[in-house]
Design a binder for this molecule. Structure first.
Ligand code: PEP
Ligand code: MN
Length: 348
């Protein structure tokens, strides 16, 4: 449930309500808005709303009707911002994560990292453990791949995101990556989600290929319920009857999620389109629709990529896309990395 405090509720009253709820065995999340304080309350027990409604300073007690609680905007009205030093995901700035589908060689990861950094990306993506549709396809380099990503991230001042496929990989990936990626195929791997609730690092949770938005938010709830509040959602396209693109990129999921949840949402137009000549269009649309960021496959030599080459952008294409996003983002009141412009002198 949600306890909405009166506009003029005092700190003493708020603290007393929180203390009572904790005494009843509940978890309380406090959101202090400009005018009112809202307490999101969840727990295994049932608490009589009337008992809480009569406490001093309480305006009203509402039930959270959504099946997901902690992920809902009712529970926490203000946007969640995931902070990694100077990288803020879910704030004003549109954060772009980019890099190859898989970490293949040191040279490839380093060259891709240099290219995406130059264009204005803030996070380096790359898989070391790859969920491939065929067991005969390249499965990733494991720890060696993680080392390549970390070296390139450090060399180019980029945060690193990499996919975790199994509980047994959590500790190892945590040594090298700044953000865990949960792939579409694992969105309902509840054992994995539960374990990621215990880590204190952000998790980017991709939407399953045939998951509804409600199922996706319930998966986020597993991570949040474990105490990890840093969940980033990622729309990457869903399976429909359409075969012209690899998946059907669900643009409407972006405003829907923004309405239902406080969690940041980023878009993956690469897996949405499945072909590099359509990635920029979807990326532009996602930013215009309100995405907090993008995750895009960029490879220094995509024609020789070991995975997802056809959808990986050439560095020059990505650079151009970033320039276009610099026009779109301010049009909807967002900012985006301006370093490359300043470096090239376009800002003057
Ligand atoms: C990936 O990011 O390379 C990937 C495997 O994505 P998804 O889980 O969305 O298919
Ligand atoms: Mn990929």
């Amino acid at each position: 449930m949600v306890v909405v405090m009166k506009e003029r509720a005092t700190e003493v009253q708020i603290d007393a309500v929180i203390a009572r709820l904790i005494e009843l065995g509940m978890d309380v999340h406090r959101s202090s808005g400009a005018t009112r304080t809202v307490l999101g309350v969840v727990g295994a027990h049932k608490v009589d709303p009337e008992l809480i409604g009569i406490l001093d300073g309480v305006h009203e007690v509402l039930r959270i009707t959504e099946p997901y609680k902690r992920a809902s905007r009712t529970f926490k009205p203000d946007d969640t911002v995931v902070v990694l030093d100077d990288v803020r995901i879910g704030g004003d700035e549109v954060i772009v994560m980019a890099g190859p589908c898989s970490a293949e060689t040191d040279e490839q990861v380093m060259a891709s990292a240099a290219a995406v950094k130059r264009a204005g990306a803030k996070v380096l993506r790359g898989g070391a453990f790859k969920p491939r549709s065929s067991p005969y396809s390249f499965q990733g380099h494991g720890e060696k791949g993680l080392q390549m990503l970390r070296r390139a991230g450090d060399a180019h001042n980029l945060k690193v995101i990499s996919e975790v496929m199994d509980v047994s990989q959590i500790e190892l990936i945590g040594k090298y990556a700044d953000i865990y990626q949960v792939g579409a195929r694992n969105m309902q791997n509840y054992t994995l989600l539960r374990e990621l609730g215990n880590v204190r690092k952000p998790v980017l949770l991709k939407r399953g290929i045939s998951a509804t938005i409600e199922e996706w938010l319930l998966s986020a709830e597993y991570i949040l319920a474990g105490g990890n509040t840093e969940v980033i959602l990622c729309e990457r396209g869903i399976r429909t009857f359409e075969t012209a693109t690899r998946n059907t990129f669900d643009i409407s999921a972006i405003p829907v999620v923004k309405k239902l949840s406080h969690l940041p949402i980023v878009a993956d137009p690469s897996h949405g389109a499945g072909r590099r000549d359509m990635v920029a269009q979807l990326a532009r649309a996602a930013v215009a629709a309100g995405a907090d960021g993008l995750i895009i496959e960029v490879h220094n030599d995509p024609d020789r990529a070991l995975s997802d080459g056809a959808q990986s952008m050439y560095p020059a294409q990505f650079d151009r896309l970033m320039a276009e996003l610099r026009i779109i983002a301010p049009a909807i009141g967002r900012s985006i990395c301006l370093e490359p412009m300043a470096r090239r002198g376009w800002a003057r």
